[in-house]
Write a new protein. Structure first.
Length: 185
């Protein structure tokens, strides 16, 4: 993408990503701990003890290791990424903020920009005029699954928070809506 004087670059926040990495790593270690744990002193008469039985404990551990291990790897890769997380200019938005980022989105394809609360977190939805076209461009299977889930639950494949960016979600929402009005053709 060409740099110009009206371009706004929002960098990835290394501090926020390091904290997310530490959390993901802790849950990966928890999964390993659950696999190798030998709970000898568990009272299986408690109604909450079912999780410590071997099969549910192994399944929970496997989910922790796979999901948070993958998240840890993605965070490590993103920590060394020198590209800005988001670029906003007169042509559109270049999204590099998440693992599900779709890259360049021209202003003409954006129907609306919304801010929503999902599980006590603020997220920005970029509502597209042609979401199916964007889904069809995606070739990575895991990324496509995530985008389809976003589309199913939010009506758009582009749903992100500013957790990995050096900006607050509400400030980013204000900036995006302001620039959309300014550059809308």
């Amino acid at each position: 993408m060409d740099k110009d004087s009206t371009q706004i670059e929002i960098p990835l926040s290394k501090l926020k990503m390091t904290l997310l990495l530490m959390g993901a790593f802790a849950f990966t270690l928890l999964g390993l701990f659950l696999i190798f744990l030998d709970p000898e002193s568990i009272n299986y008469s408690s109604r909450h003890s079912w999780i410590m039985r071997p099969i549910p404990r192994f399944i929970a551990a496997l989910i922790c290791i796979i999901f948070f291990g993958f998240t840890s790897i993605m965070m490590i890769i993103r920590l060394f990424n020198r590209n800005p997380g988001l670029i906003i200019n007169e042509k559109g938005i270049y999204d590099n903020s998440t693992a599900l980022a779709l890259g360049f989105i021209p202003w003409k394809d954006i129907k609306d920009i919304k801010i929503v609360n999902i599980n006590n977190g603020k997220f920005i939805l970029i509502v597209l005029r042609n979401p199916i076209e964007y889904l069809n461009k995606t070739t990575q299977w895991i990324k496509l699954r995530g985008l389809k889930m976003n589309y199913k639950y939010h009506g758009t494949p582009i749903c992100f928070s500013a957790n990995s960016l050096k900006i607050k979600t509400t400030n980013l929402y204000s900036l995006l809506t302001e620039k959309r009005k300014e550059y809308k053709k």
